[in-house]
Ligand binder design. Structure first.
Ligand SMILES: [Zn+2]
Ligand SMILES: [Zn+2]
Length: 155
């Protein structure tokens, strides 16, 4: 994926604005590299849209455009003095009208939840161990007290 300059980004947002909202985007849009779990945000005080650069690199284009549309809903309603917050009816209506997503999908890199299949317990100190792979309990002992490990559950 090619790198977007600020001018490219503005062009992209402005084009989406014209295509879906029939109005130009006249303020600022920038990448914010510190956004973590959200794809973008609108800052009313500065009439600025901030987009998560990680989404641009990790998600497909349709997803990224969806985020921009969502933020443009906030933007247009706000500059027109209408209800621009998530709970406002005008906001919900505009999301629907423009086919904008209500939430953005989590980033692949944020989905790090590991599925532990095996659970072992130390017979002596009752310390629990969760492991992705099977552990040879004849070979491995409790790291804390050297007690014997027993299989507590497998999923
Ligand atoms: Zn929002
Ligand atoms: Zn132990």
């Amino acid at each position: 994926m090619k790198l977007l300059t600020n001018e490219d980004l503005f062009e992209l947002v402005n084009n989406i604005s014209k295509n879906f909202f029939y109005k130009p985007f006249k303020h600022d849009v920038l990448f914010n590299t510190r956004l973590r779990t959200t794809g973008g945000r609108y800052i009313p005080a500065r009439k600025t849209i901030e987009l998560n650069s990680k989404y641009y690199f990790e998600m497909d284009e349709a997803e990224f455009i969806g985020i921009i549309k969502h933020e443009l809903c906030h933007y247009h309603l706000h500059i027109e003095g209408k209800g621009y917050k998530h709970g406002d009816q005008a906001f919900k209506d505009l999301l629907k009208k423009t086919g904008s997503p209500r939430h953005c999908s989590p980033l692949p890199s944020q989905q790090k939840e590991v599925k532990y299949k095996y659970k072992y317990i130390c017979e002596d100190c009752k310390l629990e161990y969760r492991r992705i792979r099977r552990v040879d309990v004849k070979k491995y002992r409790c790291g804390k007290c050297k007690g014997r490990l027993i299989v507590a559950s497998t999923q």
